[in-house]
Design a protein around this ligand. Structure first.
Ligand code: SF4
Length: 480
């Protein structure tokens, strides 16, 4: 859960955005702020002092929808208080819950002004104008119950998939001042894994043209970004129109082109599907120094039978073959993955196969969850749902193994010297937090302000989720 921080307190109107879920939602929140800036909205990190609240929601986690209603209840008094002063206060639900629930949100929480899906945020200014008009109409007809009822019949819900791409409507100037920037290159998914709601909430797979991506990357680099993470629900399915318009480029060609941009030191991409790891992309991990040696490659299960039930479209041996080829291309590469335990029909034998896979691959990080049904997905209707107690026990075993691997991976860095991009101040005086090429959080003490700089760090200690080190050279190096 991430809250965008305020860049200035001088704005005419204050916008508070609460972001849930993945980096793609963080990117979307930043773009929504970009879109609303020319309309007089500036970010605040204080919802009580805001004129508009956008909840940018995520549908992946358990009970996501209920949590949204719960949070909305917290914002309701703020809206009431502000509107008693005779000024419109706009409450919007964006993101995947907005897409999935649509008008249901306004039915259950009638004080919500706007509901929008992830493909519609470029239409926010028009929605806001409608919401303001509706507010003034309610004010004027405050004593006419019949008219008020009429007005409620036209909720502002933009949860369809528009024909035009939202990317064509984004402002060319972004407020993104991160040293490490996110850049969405692809959205949606055509894979239809049986447990996942993304194909229903984000729509069909769509890749942005190479030219647009390069232009956006240049803007981020100009604003200080040293690292760019290319985002997509199925990022390595990328197939964008080439700069000449004569064909399509895959992700490998895009990464190699980005690597030519002066000032950019690091490139990452997430999230990948094993089936789309083509040979060119595997080889790019050996050939491109700026492509960071750490890859998130979800597998979900170590059982072919469960992978089939999940409609993952690959086998365990196919996945392991990719891991081996990536290690051949770059022996230094580390991996993270996603696992679901207790998928409907998962037997003890299937689960042991997942443990076996984890032991063979050995991960530097991983995300693991108990299966929980998502409304409307095929797996939710499968028989043979696994009892919660069994899921809990399996998850505990898997996580114990993954945490042990993560600690061992981090400890293997003690005594190594690695380049670290420093992105934040730490809690202690003189402490800085940065990121290693392998996605580890690294903390050091420094008398110089090293924010936004890459420094070589000798690793002196390692923990489950971070490394500790000392800067050994006060000069800037390429990442990786
Ligand atoms: S590939 Fe990823 S985004 Fe697409 S359906 Fe499967 S889990 Fe969801």
């Amino acid at each position: 859960m991430i809250t965008l921080s305020a860049s200035s307190e001088k704005a005419l109107k204050k916008l508070y955005i609460k972001t849930y879920g993945c980096q793609m939602n963080v990117y979307d929140s930043e773009r929504m702020a970009d879109i609303l800036k020319p309309h007089g909205y500036e970010l605040t990190d204080n919802p009580d002092a805001s004129d508009m609240i956008i909840m940018n929601t995520c549908h992946i986690r358990e009970k996501a929808t209920e949590k949204v209603y719960c949070e909305l209840g917290r914002y309701k008094p703020i809206k009431k208080l502000r509107e008693e002063d005779g000024k419109p206060f706009i409450l919007a639900v964006a993101g995947c819950v907005g897409q999935a629930e649509g008008g249901e949100i306004v039915k259950r929480a009638p004080y919500v002004d706007i509901v929008l899906g992830p493909q519609s945020y470029h239409q926010l200014p028009e929605m806001i104008e409608r919401a303001k008009r509706a507010f003034h109409a309610r004010q004027e007809n405050a004593h006419d119950q019949k008219k008020l009822k009429e007005l409620k019949k036209d909720p502002i819900v933009y949860a369809d998939f528009p024909v035009e791409s939202k990317f064509d409507h984004l402002p060319q100037v972004s407020d993104n001042k991160r040293f490490s920037a996110f850049l969405t290159i692809q959205e949606g998914c055509d894979k239809f894994c049986t447990f996942c709601c993304v194909p229903y909430t984000r729509g069909a797979e769509y890749s942005r043209p190479v030219f647009d991506i390069l232009e956006e990357a240049k803007r981020y680099i100009e604003a200080g970004a040293q690292e760019i993470t290319l985002l997509g629900q199925n990022v390595n399915a990328y197939h964008g129109t080439s700069p000449t318009g004569s064909g399509e480029w895959g992700l490998a060609a895009l990464c190699l082109e980005l690597a030519n941009l002066d000032g950019l030191k690091r490139i990452r991409y997430t999230t990948s599907h094993p089936k789309d790891m083509d040979e060119a992309l595997i080889q790019a991990h050996g050939a491109c120094e700026k492509l960071m040696p750490f890859l998130h490659l979800p597998v979900q299960s170590g059982s072919d039978r469960v992978l089939k039930l999940m409609n993952r479209k690959h086998t365990v041996s196919f996945y392991e073959d990719i891991i081996h080829r990536l290690r051949d291309a770059n022996p230094d590469i580390g991996f993270s993955s996603d696992f679901i335990v207790g998928f409907p029909g998962e037997t003890d034998k299937d689960f042991e196969q997942t443990i076996g896979l984890v032991e063979r691959v050995s991960y530097g990080q991983a995300y693991s969850f108990s299966y929980s049904p998502r409304l409307g997905t095929p797996a939710a209707a499968l028989e043979d749902q696994i009892p919660e107690a069994v899921k809990k026990e399996r998850l505990y075993r898997l996580q114990s193994l993954l945490f042990a691997q993560q600690l061992a991976y981090n400890k293997s860095f003690i005594g190594r010297t690695i380049p670290v991009l420093f992105e934040r101040y730490g809690k202690k005086p003189g402490q800085f937090l940065g990121k290693s090429p392998y996605m580890q959080s690294v903390h050091v003490l420094s008398n110089d302000d090293i924010l936004g700089k890459i420094r070589w760090v000798s690793i002196t200690d390692a923990f489950e989720t971070s490394l500790q080190g000392e800067i050994i050279a006060e000069q800037c190096f390429l990442g990786g």
